[in-house]
Each structure stands twice: as C-alpha cells, then as structure tokens.
Design a protein around this ligand. Structure first.
Ligand code: JA5
Length: 452
C-alpha cells in the first residue's frame, strides 16, 4: 500500500518510522511519503493560509496551494483504476470505525491532506471529488477538537497499516480484539504476578478450564460494553447471542424485544403506574391461565383481584405490599407483587403452605408476570432479584423477612426451573380453585439473605 501525507508539519509524522508501521515500511509492505505543503507555496513567505470569506476568527488554507500540491501527488488518471482515496481529517467527517479501516486497508493508495487553522477551503474536497481525480473522504477520528489533521493522520495510518497482510505478527489477535467481529469491547486482561499490591488475578483465569474462562471473559466484555458503550449493546446482532449472554444482559437491564436489544429498568411501582398495571395485569393473567379456563372465571378474577382499587391499595401500602415493575420506553414488560405478613408470626393463609414454610416472617411472592412474548429472556430473574433485594430491607415489626415463598402450577416446568435458578426449593403442595377450575401448585421457598 502507498500512503502520501501532505502537511505543513512533516516532522509530526516521524513516529510512522517506529514500531509495526516502521517495520512494515522497511519490509516494503507499506510505502509512506510525507510531503511539506509549503513546497507548493509560491510567495516568499511560503504562505498557505488566508482570512476566511465572510469574516470570522482564524485563517483558512488556500485552495491554490492545495491544488498544486494534490495535482502533483495524485497519480494521472488511469483507465482501470478508481484512483486513490483522498482522506481529509476533520471533526465533521465520517466516523473512523474498524470497518472503515478494513475498507481502507483494501485500497492500494491513500492520500491524507492534513489541514491546520480553521481547515482547508471547501472547494478543494469538492473539486477532487467532482472531477473524479480522487474519491474524497472527510473522516473524523472522534468527537473532540485537534489543532490540525496530523494526529488524525497518524491514527489513520496505524489503524489501516496493521490490517495489511503480513504487518501483524500474529493475525489471531485481529479477530478477538475490541470492536472485533462480536461487537463488544474487550474485558480486563491480566498477567503475572498472581497477586500484586493486594489485587489478585480472578481465580477462574488460573483454573485451566477453557470453557469457563471463555464464558467469564464474555460476561466481563458484555458488562464493560453495557457500562461504557450502551450504543454498541443496542446495535448487537441478537442472532449471535446465546442463553448465557441474554441472562447477563438481562441482569444489566437489556432484553431482546422484536429482534433488538432494548434498555429496561426495574423499579418499585407507585400510584402513577396504576393504570398501566391494571391493563398489563389483566393481559398477563389471561395469558397465564391454563387453556380451557372459562372466560367468566378470568373476568371474575380480574375484577376481584386486579382492579384499579386493588392496585392503588398495593402500591400505597409498602408495609404489606411490594410492587416491582420492569419497563422499557415501550411500556411495562413485567411485574412482581410480594406480600408481607401483618405481624411476624402470621402464617401463610393456606395451612399446607404454613406447614411447608416454617420460617417467620415469611413473605409471599404472590405474582410474577412477564409479557408473554418476552418469557425466558431473564426478565423474571431481574424482577425477582430486585424483589429479594427490596424485601431484604423491609421489616415486619422490626424483624427481617426470613423466607420468601410462592406457589406455581405443577405443570409449569419453565417457571419451576426459573425459580430453582433463583434459589427456590420445592417444599410442598397446595390446591385451590380459580372459579370452577381446580389447580394444583407446587410450593417453593427460599431463605432471604444468602442462597442456600
Ligand atoms: C481537526 C484544522 O476527529 C477529530 C479531529 C479533529 C480535527 C481533525 S480530526 N482535523 C482537524 C483539522 O483542523 O484539520
């Protein structure tokens, strides 16, 4: 590859003699030529700038000087060549990304025009683009201000040169790196000593278990990307995500909705949420009913237990009820209702549950619903974890909640597995009716505090 750099500060590009880029030049893989723009200035002061048309601060680089320089440096047009790419660093340019760097690495000839002052007269880019003498690309290396294009030219050459065949010693490091194929930032890296200034290398990295190490590294990469570059998470290709990825993402507040990852928040509900809770709870209750449940029974249950009044009562009585919702910009995704006993020794109303759950005070995880199209994506886990965290702060007559229990339909294996992952163990059974339908629930319970 050939690269011509035009600048009024040729020494600024001296670092291109160092390291891998310098080696690539000496090896003949990269031909970098740096030109002093002032060689094309004709007056005795070798002037390259003039005051801006229309007034204003600073100076603008003269098109006549740039025109002579580029006419000399650009090759004569050839029949079967698209001509070089003329890169003009500017904060108003197209963003340099890894994929643009990869595209540029396939070009045989780049010319980089480094501006100074307020930039280069705009007719220069216009002329070389319009005449087909070059494919002009104004390019930004980030959203900040520099005094000129030279530092950006160094960045461009390094980003492109390392992608040229034979430049990088070990091309393996090309595939796993930040902004590599998987669209995530790289996680933390470590080397010896195992313990340094009281900080230890994470033990999993010393385990020799390559599967566990890969999973750990991916979790850290997802965590870091979510924290630092949520835009990259929002742009991830969901087809490339496995179950474990989705679960970590859900714990960080990201869930897939209709093929896109969207941000969701988990928070306690308040009176302002009641209308949405009423509509949402009616929908999710209907979805959760076993097939064949009578319409009249569904309606009766919604009217009795999921009315507007009942939701106002729940969100307004934090000593007895806890309502937690998961919501995205598109609305509610799920909710949890937990119920605290009136006094520490109050047993669960059902005697079978009361004997299966001996801890007191015992809170009930009364409802946990997730939008039907969003099940199995980690939302329930995020809701239940938030519920545990909040219940751990609640007191019943000064006593911390000792256990959380729930009843879930025997046939709902998905729910049982989900609760098992969250630390719930089956402790008994209970029978009850919804209208005329007989239900059999498995009672599951979890001590509050540490996992058993
Ligand atoms: C300033 C005359 O993307 C960051 C950049 C800042 C900056 C660039 S690229 N070029 C210039 C310039 O100033 O040419």
């Amino acid at each position: 590859m050939r690269v011509d750099v035009l600048t009024i500060f040729p020494e600024y590009l001296d670092p291109l003699g160092l390291s891998l880029v310098g080696k690539a030049r000496r090896d003949g893989r990269l031909d970098v030529r740096v030109h002093d723009l002032r060689a094309w200035a004709l007056d005795r002061h070798r002037s390259v700038d003039d005051s801006p048309a229309g007034g204003g601060a600073g100076m603008v680089m003269r098109p006549d000087v740039w025109g002579r320089a580029l006419d000399d440096v650009l090759p004569a047009p050839e029949a079967d060549s698209a001509g070089p790419v003329l890169l003009v660093p500017t904060p108003s340019g197209r963003a340099l990304t890894q994929s643009l760097a990869a595209e540029l690495a396939r070009e045989p000839h780049l010319v980089i025009a480094c501006g100074r002052y307020e930039g280069i007269d705009s007719r220069v880019a216009e002329h070389y683009g319009a005449t087909g003498k070059a494919r002009v690309l104004e390019v930004s290396i980030g959203d900040y201000v520099l005094n000129g294009g030279e530092a950006a030219a160094l960045v461009l050459v390094e980003a492109v040169a390392r992608l040229l065949p034979g430049v990088l010693g070990n091309p393996d490091s090309l595939v796993q790196e930040s902004h590599g194929v998987d669209g995530l930032l790289e996680g933390p890296v470590y080397t010896r000593p195992v313990s340094w200034r009281g900080l230890d290398i994470p033990v999993v990295l010393l385990s020799g278990n390559h599967g566990e190490i890969a999973r750990w590294a991916r979790d850290r990469a997802i965590e870091r990307t979510a924290g630092r570059r949520p835009d990259l998470i929002a742009g991830l290709d969901v087809a490339g995500l496995d179950r474990a990825d989705r679960s970590v993402l859900a714990s960080l507040g990201w869930v897939e909705v209709a093929g896109r990852l969207v941000r969701f928040a988990v928070r306690e509900a308040g009176p302002a949420d009641v209308d949405r809770l009423v509509a949402f709870a009616a929908d999710t209750f209907r979805d959760a009913c076993p097939p064949g449940t009578a319409e009249a029974d569904i309606r009766a249950h919604v009217v009795r237990h999921l009315s507007r009044e009942s939701w106002f009562e729940r969100v307004g009585s934090p000593e007895r009820n806890l309502v937690i919702v998961a919501e995205s910009a598109a609305g509610l995704l799920g909710y949890v209702l937990a119920v605290l006993p009136a006094y520490p020794e109050e047993p669960p109303a059902d005697p079978d549950v009361a004997s299966a759950v001996p801890e007191r005070p015992a809170a009930e995880l009364s409802k946990c619903y997730v939008r039907a199209d969003l099940r199995g994506k980690g939302l329930a886990s995020a809701l239940v974890e938030a519920t545990h965290a909040e219940l751990a702060t609640r007191r019943v007559a000064s006593r911390p909640v000792a256990a959380v229990w729930l009843g879930t339909n025997e046939s709902n294996r998905r729910a049982r597995r989900c609760y098992a992952r969250l630390g719930y163990l089956p402790v008994g059974r209970r029978r009850f009716r919804v209208g005329s339908t007989e239900h059999s629930d498995v009672v599951m319970s979890r001590p509050l505090g540490e996992l058993p």
